[in-house]
Design a protein around this ligand. Sequence first.
Ligand code: GAR
Length: 216
Amino acid sequence: MRTPIAVFASGTGSNFQALVEHMENRETSYRIVLLVCDRPDAPVLQKAEQFGIKALALRPKDYPTKEAYEEEILGQLKTLGVKWIILAGYMRLIGRTLLQSYPQRIVNLHPSLLPAFPGKDAIAQAFRYGVKVTGVTVHLVDEGLDSGPILAQKAVSIQEGESLGRITEKIHHTEHLLYPMVVDRLVREGIIVEGRKVTWLGSASQADMGNMPEFQ
Ligand code: GAR
């Protein structure tokens, strides 16, 4: 039996698509039963329709408080038996309502090697800073901004003269490989969290996941 998960996204949805394709092509541990989107005009909604995945599009402005907005989402998650929340370009801080209902069960993808370059435009932040190595981080969500315990990271090197566009392409390619693999293993095998330290159970390890070849 595959574990029901929900993906939250706000934009293009290329990582949502990677998660769906992974699920369709393999015996994954997870099954995406809901896409939650906070922007009713976001292209990710068309992707959900194309793949036949139920979508919930909400406008946070339509709710008096963040709690009310998240209660609405929570109702749907409970109805569908969702066990994990997977953020894929969801550009909104998760509030208390969802954090308390899904403790250590909300996962985020971020396009830098955290704790460097949290927040928006992380790829451009790293590019402008002039780092020689950047990358991708998958982490648990806490009340902070891109600050929860780290599950997996993959480095992406920046060559001299490379454009921001090229680096963005390399980062996205890396995300599309890393995220579905990490989510699949997380749901299948689980983790132990002690403070900021995450230990993978089963055969999964950060070393395995970080070992995939770097995209050039
Ligand atoms: C991804 O690069 C993801 O890492 C980033 O948003 C992009 C969404 O792309 N997330 C963050 O910056 C979170 N702080 P997508 O809509 O094509 O999947």
